[in-house]
Each structure stands twice: as C-alpha cells, then as structure tokens.
Design a protein around this ligand. Sequence first.
Ligand SMILES: Cc1ncc(COP(=O)(O)O)c(C=O)c1O
Length: 440
Amino acid sequence: MRLIVTRRDHGGYEAVTTRDDGVSYRLADLPRPRRILPLFGAAEIGYHRYLNRETQMLPSQRDLFEMPRNICYLNSASYSPLPLRTQEAGRAAVGRKGTPWTLDTAFANGQHERARAAAARLINADSADIALIPSVSYGVATAAKVLTIASGARVIVLENDHSSPVLEWQTRADAQGFTVETIRQPDDGDWTSAVLAAVERPGAPPIGLASISSVHWSDGGLIDLERVGAALRRQAAIFLVDATQSAGVLMMDVRRLDPDFVIFPTYKWLLGPYGRAFLYVARRHQGGIPLEQTSFGRRDVRAENEVYFADVRYVGGARRFDMGERDHFISMEMAAISMEMMAEWGAAAVARRLSMLTERIAEGVRGIGVTVPERHLRAPHILSLNFKDGMAKGLVEGLATEGIYVAARLRRMRISPHVYNDEDDADRFVASLAKRLRGG
Ligand SMILES: Cc1ncc(COP(=O)(O)O)c(C=O)c1O
C-alpha cells in the first residue's frame, strides 16, 4: 500500500492510498500536506504534485519550506534552505544518535546505499559507480590521485571557475610537468564556443584533462557538456565535470555523456545539508587508489574478525573511494531525502519553473541600466546582472534589509531562484532593484 499526497489543481491537497490490487481510495482532503504527515507516518508518504498540464512546469513548492511570505530568497546558488521534511528527518536523526543502542546492524549500510542511489538517480548512473564524499574539492583530489596527466599536456580550466575544480591542478602542475590553461571568460558570454576553441586549437600541446563546471557559478554561463565531451573524446582527453550548479536542475545522463568524473554537493540546488557530496567515477578509473585508506574500502578488514586485516584487496566499484568516517547518519539521510524530492519532481519540470522565473526577471529589468546574458547562453536557473558602471556598493546589502536575498559575484549580481520562489518574488525583486537604481 502506498500513500500519495497530491496537490489539487484548485488548491489544497488530497491523500490517496492505493492497495496492492491497484484500487485507489481517497483518504482525506486537507489544506496542507504537513497535517497529513503525522497521521500516516512519513515513511509511507510519497509526494507527487500535479504539473501544469500545458506547460509541464512544476508549481511553486513554497509550502514545503519554512519560508515566510516576506522573505524573497533568490540565492540558491550559494546555499538553499532545507525542506521541512528534511529538517524533520534531521531532528529525528539527532535523537537517534543520542540513543545508538536502538540502531540495528543493517542500519549503516541502508543509509549509505539510500544516499548513493538517490545521487545516482540524478545523473542516471549505477549506484555502484558513486562514492560518498564530503565536498567537491575532495572529489577533485580523488580524481587527481587516480589520474596520471602526461608531462607536457594541458589541463583546461575556466577563468574564475570555483576554486574546487581548479586549485588541485594548479598545485600539481609543476611537480607533474603539465600546464594549466585557463579559458578566458568570453566577452559574448559563449562559454561553450570558448571551451571548444581551446580544446581544438591547432598546434597546441595535447589535452590531458578538462576540469570544468557545467554552469559557471559566477555568471550562470551554460556549458554544452555533450559538445565539449565529444570534442574531448576526439582528443582522448579526460573529462571531469563539477556539476555543483546543475545537478538536479539540468538533466545529465552519464550513460550517454560518458564523462570520467562528475562531482556535486547537496547544499545548493539539491536542497540538502553541507558536507554531503557525491562522486561519479567511470568504470575505467575504478581501479585507482582512493584518497583515504579505509577498512570498508577493503574486502575484509573487520574488527569482529579474529584476523583483522584478513583481505586488504579493494572492494569493487566506486565504493572504495568512499570518505573515511562515512557514517554521517544525520546529514546522510537528510541529503537522501532532499535528492529524492528533486528526482520526484524531475529536472525538466524544475528547470521550466526556474526558467520562467529568471525570464520574468530578465524581462523586468530591461531598461533599468543592467544587461543580462543572452538566453541561449545562460542556465535556466541563474541570472547574472551586469551593471554598466559596475554594481553600486551596498546594493546587495540594501536589498537584504528588505528581505530580498541575492549574491554579489565578481562585480555582478547573481540571482538564483528555486522551487519555493514564485512570480511575486520575481516581481518584488525587480521593483526594489529598479527603485534603488533610480535612487528612490
Ligand atoms: C561550481 C562550484 N563548485 C564547487 C563548490 C563548492 O566546493 P566545495 O564542496 O569543495 O566546497 C561551489 C560552491 O560555491 C561551486 O559553485
């Protein structure tokens, strides 16, 4: 029997249960799903919400968050709020850590595998190809330990990309004899063409690796991973994708794209906690030596055995790359729940909603002294505003005094809505920005 809480077209929610023989019953009409949760127990609840039938767009999910109406939070690219359900799970998990004797022996493995499966689903990977890690930089360091970049080869990074996919290679370049080539931020905003030109530049040294974000964190520039991946394959180069700013929102299919490494954390677009991140490792690299040497990365190193180091060969798949002390049973479950929510909604429906909101803002700010990148060059969920004479000091802080939260990033203003934002938020931001730029 499965219980589905569904949002109705005309507002409110209904709880419907389906028996094993397929017959459905409506159990309750309620104004808010939170009232339903304690009634049936969260474990049996699946959330399903109607998509708008014409636009296939996810409706606002604001009431699944603790977000007062006067808060206009447009800063998910920095860090997102946690859904109420994730918060509740976190609180329950703190209590569980307070009473460890209540945990059965299968508990730990269940937690690891639930999170692994939830992360895998977001990029259409096999769970066995995902490692549990604490941060993007950890994932990049793991890749760097596994890979041998040929002496004299190039490693390509993006100008002002986030430090995590960049610094590891800069740190290793001299000792390993490769060069790091930084692709300049293109004036026309077309990152894909800039990357392709660098990869295919005639006469340039061979490419060993591209270590790049899927969406530039500072300007929201979109990188066409399919085209870049194909170009890299032609050069037999390795492809590491930092998917921090896209996982869950932009569809990624590792079976089709066939990257070497994909890394993403949960605390931004995946609505999860800090300290939980995931590393996809292509099978051709799974024989590498992990960053940390752990007992669970080996076939039989167990405290319960009479012989402790009984079999020190590595376990199969990407599990050997799991971080040490991986039993983060509070945040691991929170991460899993949030990622499962994102997967239930689906990247396409989420992206449609966020694209509607960023478009509305892009339209709204026309003629008030800012420019935005062309629509086909930017991600649907991040809008970067460029000010002709630079962004005025105190503008972002001023908006925050009104409860409007955006980020200053490299002289621009970055706006990053998520599923809890609606048209009112977009319009309120535009009105306040316009007023402030007029000096009002
Ligand atoms: C593109 C990108 N990569 C990585 C990170 C975070 O990296 P880490 O998990 O190593 O702190 C961020 C955070 O802003 C980011 O925007």
